[in-house]
Design a protein around this ligand. Structure first.
Ligand code: CP
Length: 306
């Protein structure tokens, strides 16, 4: 693998190897402290981010490397009209690896085509967010002990939420994973995803009310309504608070259920849920650093056998 654009760029075996490496990093951070001495990551973010950008930067710093980049296309020469293709050619002269986020679907793919260094898609429009998926899967594997034979409820904006598209594609390759998609009709999971599940014979259902199915779930993956992808503010206002997970609703959920969220959260999880032992969304952020460390090492050809 030269670049990472989509979680499916990694085979299940490669993903499992990456998770083994991430777990070794979690337990033996000292071993990795200087492995990227002299290496640089460029974080080229054309769209806002807190976690993904800082997680990539922390990952490289934890490995002994350095960080350059921009947090906003408006402060780069994109504001003067420079193309993504030209930008990556330039960034390739300064860094060894690049993580790119862009509001336009496919922009990191264009960058990868013109790059002489590995490019990681750090989120492209409403399309894919592969490193969030690596984060989500590592969290489930670490906290639940397996990535097969469980039921996951994916709730919220399933139309525009790129994290859910990447997550379902990746989990559909594991044995016995059942999906319950919970969304208002306007924000349904795209047909190309349900068609893929049908083709593979994977069990899924689509419902509107979270309360109707919460008791069946081993993992509840909450998502935010993606204001920035709506064409119409009225629709956003109408749908933004469609789901609010509360301690009351959690009473009928399994004691062992994991609550995940890619974050940022707006209103969809009440703040008092944070102290529930099932709330794993801040631990999920920490797993994101370990898995991005593992990914950087893998793409730079520096990953040791673990
Ligand atoms: N989960 C996620 O992508 O968060 P940021 O938008 O803050 O990077």
């Amino acid at each position: 693998m030269e670049h990472l654009m989509n979680p499916l760029d990694l085979s299940v075996e490669e993903m499992d190897k990456m998770f083994d490496l991430a777990t070794d990093i979690e337990h033996n951070p000292e071993k990795y402290r200087h492995i990227c001495d002299g290496k640089r990551i460029a974080t080229c973010f054309y769209e806002p981010s807190t976690r993904t950008r800082l997680s990539f930067e922390s990952a490289m710093l934890n490995l002994g490397g350095q960080v350059i980049g921009f947090p906003d296309g408006g402060v780069s020469s994109a504001a003067k009209g420079e193309s993504v293709a030209d930008t990556i050619r330039v960034v390739s002269c300064f860094a060894d690896i690049c993580a790119m986020r862009h509001p336009k679907e496919g922009a990191p793919y264009v960058a990868a085509e013109h790059s002489s260094i590995p490019v990681i898609n750090a989120g492209d429009g409403g399309h894919q967010h592969p490193t969030q998926t690596l984060t989500d899967l590592l969290t489930i594997r670490s906290m639940q002990g397996r990535l097969d034979n469980f039921t996951i409820g994916v709730c919220g904006d399933l139309k525009f939420g790129r994290t859910t598209h990447s997550l379902v594609n990746a989990l559909a390759r594991y044995e016995g994973v059942k999906f319950i998609f919970i969304s208002p009709p306007e924000l349904r999971i795209p047909d190309y995803i349900t068609e893929m599940l049908e083709t593979k014979g994977i069990e899924f259902s689509e419902v509107i009310r979270l309360e109707d199915r919460i008791s069946e779930l081993d993992v509840l993956y909450m998502t935010r309504v993606q204001r920035e992808r709506f064409f119409n503010e009225d629709d956003y206002v109408r749908l933004k608070d469609f789901y609010i997970l509360t301690t009351e609703k959690l009473k009928s959920a399994k004691e062992s259920m994991l609550i995940l969220h890619p974050l940022p959260r707006v209103n969809e999880i009440a703040v008092d849920v944070d102290s529930d032992p099932r709330a794993a969304y801040f631990k999920q952020v920490q797993y994101g650093v370990y898995v991005r460390m593992a990914l950087i090492l893998t793409l730079l050809g520096l990953a040791p056998e673990v």
